[in-house]
Every structure is written in structure tokens, then in C-alpha cells.
Design a protein. Structure first.
Lengths: 323, 323
């Protein structure tokens, strides 16, 4: 790995962290509405995965999507503008926190119905297989999503059709307030992939370098035509399920224990400890991100709301008369 | 009379019926430890225990399907779908199984189950999480569809729903949980499938239900200031649909406006208007008007979302047009 690649991983994780922290504040100020699911604590997962994707590889995820959106290259200002429902947001203010998407960045969303995007991901991979594109689809979802039928239908399909897809379960220990062991027949989620004959690995999701290494290896396999692969990535969300979660289902010391494994802190220690970069270099990045996020908030706040006409735009691609 | 919130009224109905009949039990996502995502079942888990307050995985088809199965054995499950938007993931079990089994198998058994769920928009949750598809479910014979607009009705109707031997879809509205109203002391039930005059008047009939009852009241208050006395009929149940109070009111006022939160096309208003024409054609003094949601998926941006939803002014405008 080049030094710049390490710095970039660090930059992206800090960017996600800060965007999320600012989003939480804006939510409390009433500037962001609806549901807001923060990615704080899980930054290493999407950052590691997406750092090894090629431009032709598609990314798709659930509603906890700001991290993946930023990793895919959607500018922070467009993410922020979407959170504020502005016309300059990546979904033009019509999607909000849970529904971000940018085709040009090969980021296919942002999906709020649990599990519903897994069959769609299989379809993206089918499209690439069919058209003989050299692409892999990377589909991320929560541990809770592995209990809904969509998951099982999609995994099965991906295997029988040998689809070029990487299934990534972000096992953050809970689906809302329900612990994995209470909701899933097997608490080692990768065993579910086993049931469909899909090769799999369990990876430490607090270490971005581990995620990156494993993702890189298995994406190569998929690209070479070996069919689907399944990664279970062990992680933890430091904040509530969404804003306003009373968090009655877990203890403060459990959260504290995981926070000692902060993915940003871990990377920082590795980079400084192995003398790959100096502390000062990382501090410069911190300051840059600070400015970038500040500018993003300013951009979002000063951006216009969508025009009233936007309400009726894009219901259909064609023109029809009804009435 | 006690003045309580809609949330308390629903919670009381559940509590009383759980105390009253050991065969009544609750299952759904986050109903137990969390206390219900809208805090309706707060305290239930501690009081009734894990056997009768069952947290489920995120598996809507399994929730509804297993509730049907349990009902077939004589239990009275109350299956909760966190929101009505997730009912689509259980659509087959709701409309193909729950609604049809008794008829199709020659009346050999009953299906005494309740599906409790929450619908409605206006909270910036975006297109997938803001729907009011009540009419879709009311389309299916074999299903009872109830949607109360006041705490009194919510409590009495939910108790009847739990005691009913037919599958009932009980649709609440998230923006009504804090609304307060008078509720009779002590035990009472309200029969399913009965509309009610919520506000007497003589000049125009407003037919509505659920959240739109609140909007219609506000419109009626303003109309009263200019001397127009609107009579408000609350449908309370969409199937069976009790038209008698509507027709009686219409024969008096000769004018009607139907207000619903869902889309206009193929909606509740279409059904009610047609039945007015079929049953009281000679009394029609003006074309019946429908006030409903604009025909678009609901956007996240607050202004756009409010533009799409029926407002007090839309009701006033419609009333003026029929007068
Ligand atoms: C079909 C469906 N059912 C329920 C919900 C409500 N809901 C949203 S997120 C969530 C928990 C999902 O947990 P998990 O898959 O582990 O993802 P995480 O939130 O931990 O990232 C639930 C129950 C939903 N959005 N869609
Ligand atoms: Mg989870």
C-alpha cells in the first residue's frame, strides 16, 4: 500500500465521523427531519470495502447509508444538502437520509425497507453478468436483515446463477433493540451463507486494513468468475439505532468497551506506530476535514429547497395523460 | 370520563384484553424489550412476560403467517407490523391467506387475529415510509379494516377487534398518538363496521377517518365562523363500510366532501362517492368532491411533502365548491 492510500483511508473515516456528528447536531436543531441513522463506529466497514472497488463495481446498501455515499465519492456537501432536503442534494431533496443514491458514482442507494435491496443487488449483478461487464456488485446490509425472506431468496439466486456479487453483512450486534442471538437462529451469520454453498469469511470490522485486505482478495475471486462470496463483518454502532433511541437494550459499559476499539483510533495507532505517517500529518487531515464539513454545512444551509414543480417530476419516465 | 392520549387508549385496550383472555398475546418487532417503537406496549414485557409479549426477528411474512397459524389453533394473536409500509412484505399472508382461508375451506374454522399497524405521512420519512395504502387492504373481502381517529374509538374498536373471530387490520396514525380525547371510564367496546357522526351540521357532509378527522374538524371550525355548518361522518371502519350515517347525512345536506390521506385514484373517496350516487342520487345538489393526497410518492423535503398531503385549506376549498 502506498502512503497516500493509508492517508486516504484515514481521511474518509474522519470525514464520515464528522459528517455524522454534524448531522446529529443539525437533527437536534430541527434542520434534518425524518429518521437519521448514524454510521459512527462502523466507518471502517464501508471505507475498507469501497477502497478496493474499481469504478465499474456497484455499491448498494441499506438506510444507514451516509458512510457508503461518502466513500463512493458523493461530495460531503451533496450528502449534507440531501439531509437538509435541498435541491442540491444527491437525491434532489426527495430522498433524505435513508434514500441517497448517485448513479455516476456507481452508488445504488440507500434503501429503507429492510432486506429489500438484496434481490435488487442480485439483479445488478445479473445485469453485469448478462452484459459481460467486468463488474462486481458489493451489497451491504445489517445482521437484522438476514432474518427476512428477501435475504434467503437473494443468496440462493446468486449461487444458482453464479452472480458476481459480494454479500456483506455488517454485524453490529443489534437490529434496532434486538440482539443478534435473539433474532437469528445462528449468531455466526456467515453460517447462513454456508447453507447456500456460498464461500464466506468473518472479518474484524473495527480494523479498516483487515476489511480492505479481505475485500480485495475476495473481490478478485468474484471478478474471476468464481460466483458470490459472503463477508460477515463484525462491528458496532456507537450511537442509537436512529436519533431518539432510548437504548434500553444495552448497557453503557458495553458501548464503552467497543468505543475503546474506535476504528479511527485503531488506524491512527497503526499508522503512527508503524511510522507510516506522522501524527502531524494526521492532524492536518483532521483540520482539512473540519473545514470541508463546515463548508458542506454552509453549502447545504444556503442551498434552495426544491421548486414546487419538483413534486410532480419523475413519477414516470414517459408522458401520459390521466384524467 | 378520562382525558387520555391515543397512545394510552390503545395501550389500555391491549392491556385489558391481555388481562381478560390468556389466549391473547402480542408479537412483533421491538414490542417487548423496547416497549414498542411508538411506546404503545411499554411495560407489557415486564408485566406479561416473554411468552405473551414476543419480540420477533425482522420477518413480516413470518409474523403474519405464524399469527394465522396460531389463530387456527384457537389463540388470539395481536401481530404488530411496525408500520403499514412493511405490510407489503407480508402482503401474501394478509390478502391470500388471512382474508381467504375461512371462506375457501368451507367455514371450518375462524381466524381471530389482529394486525396492528401504523400508517400515514407528514413526518419526512420519505416515499417508502410514509404511505396510507388503507384502500388497498380494504379491497379484499374477508379482511376487516379499521382505522380510528379518536382515543375513545381507538380503545373501543381495538377491544372489539381482539374479540372478533375475523382477521382485523387495525391501522393507527403516528401523528395522532399524542392527541387527547375523552374516554369512558371502565369497560366498553365499540362495534366494528359502524360509522359515526362526530360533529353534527346541516350544510355539507364531510366523510373522513383517522388523521383526516383532525383536519376535517379544523376545517369545520373555520367554516363555522362564516356560518357554514359541516356535519362530519367518521367511517372508523373501511371494511365493512357502514354507509347508513353517510347517506342519512347526505339526504339532509345534499352535498358531500370526502377527505382521505391516501391517494385519490381508486381510493376511499372513490368508493364512498360511488355509493352516495348509487343510494342517494336524487338528493345530489352538487358533484361530490374528494380531497386526497397528490398522486406522487411522498418526498422527503418538508415543503414538498406538505404540498402533497391534504390540508385544512383544501377541505375548506372543496366545501365551498360544493355549496
Ligand atoms: C421490512 C422492514 N421491516 C421493518 C423495518 C423497520 N426497521 C428499520 S431498521 C430495522 C433494524 C435493522 O437492523 P439491521 O439489519 O441489523 O441493521 P442496522 O440498523 O443494525 O444497521 C428495522 C426493524 C423496515 N425498515 N423494513
Ligand atoms: Mg444491525
Amino acid at each position: 500500500m502506498e502512503k497516500q492510500e493509508y492517508l486516504d483511508l484515514y481521511y474518509q473515516m474522519v470525514l464520515i465521523r464528522l459528517v455524522e456528528e454534524r448531522a446529529a447536531q443539525l437533527y437536534q436543531q430541527g434542520k434534518i427531519g425524518g429518521f437519521l441513522h448514524l454510521y459512527i463506529g462502523q466507518e471502517a466497514v464501508s471505507t475498507g470495502l469501497i477502497s478496493v472497488r474499481k469504478p465499474q463495481d456497484r455499491i448498494i446498501t441499506a438506510y444507514r447509508d451516509h458512510g457508503a455515499a461518502l466513500n463512493c465519492g458523493i461530495p460531503a456537501k451533496e450528502v449534507m444538502a440531501e439531509l437538509l432536503g435541498k435541491a442540491t442534494g444527491c437525491s434532489k431533496g426527495k430522498g433524505g437520509s435513508m434514500h441517497m443514491l448517485d448513479v455516476e458514482k456507481n452508488f445504488w442507494g440507500g434503501h429503507a425497507i429492510v432486506g429489500a435491496h438484496l434481490p435488487i443487488a442480485a439483479g445488478l449483478a445479473l445485469g453485469d453478468l448478462y452484459q459481460e461487464n467486468d463488474s462486481v456488485t458489493i451489497c451491504m446490509f445489517g445482521d437484522g436483515a438476514t432474518n427476512i425472506g428477501y435475504f434467503h431468496e437473494a443468496l440462493n439466486l446468486s449461487k444458482i446463477w453464479n452472480l458476481p456479487i459480494l454479500w456483506v453483512c455488517e454485524n453490529n450486534q443489534y437490529g434496532m433493540g434486538t440482539a443478534v442471538e435473539k433474532a437469528s437462529a445462528v449468531s455466526e451469520i456467515r453460517q447462513k451463507a454456508e447453507g447456500y454453498g456460498i464461500p464466506n469469511r468473518r472479518v474484524d470490522g473495527m480494523n479498516v486494513l483487515e476489511v480492505r485486505k479481505n475485500a480485495g482478495e475476495v473481490i478478485d475471486k468474484i471478478r474471476s468468475g468464481e460466483g458470490p462470496f459472503f463477508l460477515e463483518i463484525i462491528t458496532y454502532r456507537f450511537r442509537g439505532h436512529s436519533m431518539g433511541d432510548p437504548e434500553r437494550y444495552r448497557q453503557a459499559d458495553e458501548i464503552k468497551k467497543w468505543q475503546e476499539n474506535d476504528p479511527i483510533g485503531i488506524l491512527r495507532n497503526v499508522l503512527i506506530g508503524e511510522k507510516i505517517v506522522t501524527e502531524a500529518e494526521l492532524d492536518v487531515i483532521d483540520a482539512q476535514v473540519e473545514d470541508e464539513v463546515q463548508a458542506a454545512v454552509q453549502f447545504a444551509e444556503s442551498s434552495p429547497d426544491p421548486e414546487p414543480e419538483a413534486l410532480f417530476e419523475n413519477v414516470y419516465a414517459g408522458e401520459y395523460t390521466d384524467g | 370520563m378520562a382525558r387520555i392520549t391515543m397512545r394510552e387508549a390503545i395501550s389500555q385496550a391491549l392491556w385489558e384484553e391481555m388481562e381478560h383472555d390468556p389466549n391473547v398475546f402480542i408479537m412483533g418487532e421491538e414490542v417487548g424489550l423496547w416497549g414498542g417503537t411508538y411506546a404503545v406496549t411499554k411495560g407489557f414485557y415486564d408485566h406479561f412476560g416473554a411468552k405473551r409479549v414476543r419480540d420477533t426477528p425482522i420477518a413480516e411474512a413470518a409474523i403474519i403467517g405464524s399469527a394465522i397459524g396460531a389463530a387456527l389453533t384457537g389463540l388470539r394473536p395481536i401481530a404488530e407490523l411496525m408500520t403499514i409500509n412493511f405490510a407489503f412484505s407480508a402482503m401474501d399472508h394478509i390478502v391470500n391467506e388471512a382474508a381467504k382461508f375461512r371462506y375457501m375451506f368451507g367455514g371450518q374454522f375462524t381466524i381471530p387475529m389482529v394486525i396492528r399497524t401504523v400508517g400515514g405521512g407528514g413526518r419526512q420519512l420519505g416515499a417508502t415510509h410514509s404511505q396510507t395504502p388503507d384502500a388497498v387492504f380494504a379491497h379484499f373481502p374477508g379482511l376487516i379494516v379499521v382505522s380510528p381517529g379518536t382515543p375513545e374509538d381507538a380503545k373501543g374498536l381495538l377491544k372489539s377487534a381482539i374479540r372478533s373471530d375475523d382477521p382485523v387490520l387495525f391501522i393507527e396514525n403516528a401523528t395522532l398518538y399524542q392527541v387527547r380525547g375523552e374516554v369512558p371510564e371502565g369497560e366498553y367496546t365499540i362495534p366494528l363496521g359502524k360509522s359515526k357522526i362526530q360533529r353534527p351540521g346541516k350544510d355539507v357532509t364531510i366523510v373522513t377517518y383517522s388523521k383526516m378527522l383532525e383536519i376535517s374538524y379544523k376545517a369545520a371550525d373555520q367554516l363555522a365562523k362564516s356560518g357554514i355548518e359541516a356535519e362530519i361522518v367518521d367511517l372508523r371502519s373501511l371494511r365493512p363500510l357502514d354507509m347508513q350515517p353517510v347517506i342519512e347525512s347526505f339526504k339532509k345536506t345534499n352535498r358531500a366532501v370526502i377527505v382521505e390521506e391516501g391517494w385519490k385514484s381508486y381510493g376511499v373517496g372513490s368508493e364512498v362517492a360511488t355509493r352516495i350516487y348509487e343510494n342517494a342520487f336524487d338528493y345530489v345538489d352538487a358533484p361530490v368532491k374528494r380531497v386526497a393526497q397528490k398522486e406522487v410518492p411522498l418526498p422527503y423535503n418538508q415543503q414538498l411533502e406538505q404540498m402533497a398531503l391534504p390540508q385544512v385549506d383544501d377541505v375548506i376549498q372543496a366545501v365551498k365548491e360544493v355549496l
